[in-house]
Design a protein around this ligand. Structure first.
Ligand code: 5AD
Ligand code: FES
Length: 349
């Protein structure tokens, strides 16, 4: 007999695992009631684990140079229209100092794959941030690096690393990336991160070109096996100067539903309501929290460079200053009965 979605969601909450066929069933013919029920269960789990406290992370987008050419991404190498910039170490530290003042206790250093920053250089930067703010966590989001580089940065004090797997299906990976990029290497890198003791983040875009229900089910199978400490997931949004400019954006509702599934699968996972979710819908981040997310990652980059870090069109907050976003978020969370926590917000079981 076919299992109802209610039964499947109950099993997911109880065991954190489903078969691929069961994931596909959960992702097929989703109704409004299914989404509401999943969100209700996921929100209850999230409140059990975290209360009504939302962790915030300040993202410093310190370079938009990238050696890669991902077909979906606005800062891909082939986009000659992107105005490239790099922040100096002192500018990055200034962002962290400003962030600390307004209550951030995690700094995310994010960039394109910019190999002018050597691992030694980045390790030194991590050491400087940790020395200035010993009570803070540092998260890196730099793309793929080799084991020895990741090790150096980990030993310098980096706590976490975000590297979305993008898709768990090798053929689909090949449709989103140029042939020079390797699915196997990305997976390798994710395993390295875990083995080095980083709190590791994986994740995918929802509604990326060529994505199927089966591929999404494979993503969920991968996540339940890999058990990342963090999952970064937002809707695909086209960027006008990429090969995917004319592709449709991902579904807002499906993204919310998948956030709920991830919460039920991994109750303790650090799960952001992403900027892409806030871009696709004005209340996206609030609704993400109500669907089971427990993290928000506002921008901490200098306003002068924000418009240059455009992964997709119409990204929000590019005119704002760091303190605007910080207090905007506080209000937004308050409006749904949540509060922003001034704490590192590490993964804990
Ligand atoms: N739409 C949505 N998300 C995107 N990313 C990159 N380009 C886009 C886009 N056009 C996501 C990728 C990447 C993360 C930093 O941003 O998943 O891993
Ligand atoms: Fe940036 Fe609201 S979060 S202005």
């Amino acid at each position: 007999m076919r299992q109802s979605k209610k039964d499947l969601l109950g099993m997911l909450r109880a065991s954190g695992r489903l078969t691929k066929a069961q994931w596909i069933a959960l992702l097929t013919d989703i109704t409004e009631d299914d989404r509401a029920y999943a969100a209700e269960l996921a929100r209850a789990v999230s409140q059990q684990v975290f209360g009504r406290r939302i962790f915030i992370r300040g993202i410093v987008e310190f370079s938009n140079y990238c050696k890669n050419d991902c077909l979906y991404c606005g800062i891909r190498r082939s986009n000659a229209k992107a105005q490239r910039y790099r922040l100096t170490d002192d500018e990055i530290l200034d962002c962290c100092d400003e962030g600390y003042e307004i209550g951030y206790r995690t700094f995310v250093l994010q960039s394109g794959e910019d190999f002018t920053y050597t691992a030694e250089h980045l390790a030194e930067l991590v050491r400087r941030i940790k020395a200035a703010h010993p009570d803070c966590a540092v998260t890196l989001s730099l793309g793929e690096r080799e084991y020895d580089e990741l090790k150096l940065m980990r030993e310098a004090g980096a706590d976490r690393y975000l590297l979305r797997h993008e898709t768990a299906n090798a053929a689909h990976y090949g449709m989103l990336h140029p042939p020079q990029m390797s699915f196997a290497h990305r997976m390798r890198c994710l395993r390295d991160l875990k083995s080095l003791g980083y709190q590791t983040g994986a994740g995918m875009m929802v509604g990326s070109p060529f994505q199927t229900t089966e591929y999404l089910a494979e993503d969920l199978c991968f996540l339940q096996d890999f058990r990342p400490e963090m999952i970064g997931m937002g809707p695909f949004l086209p960027h006008k100067d990429t090969p995917f400019a004319k592709e449709p954006k991902g579904s807002y509702e499906l993204t919310l539903y998948l956030l709920s599934l991830c919460r039920l699968m991994l109750p303790h996972v650090l799960l952001p309501a992403t900027t892409a979710l806030g871009t696709i819908h004005p209340q996206g981040r609030e609704q993400g929290v109500l669907a089971g997310a427990n993290v928000i990652m506002p921008n901490l980059s200098p306003t002068a460079v924000r418009k240059k870090y455009m992964l997709y069109d119409n990204k929000i907050c590019t005119e704002d200053q760091s303190s605007d976003c910080r207090f905007c978020l506080q209000q937004r969370m308050k409006s749904i009965g949540y509060e922003v926590a001034v704490t590192r917000g590490d993964y804990a079981e």
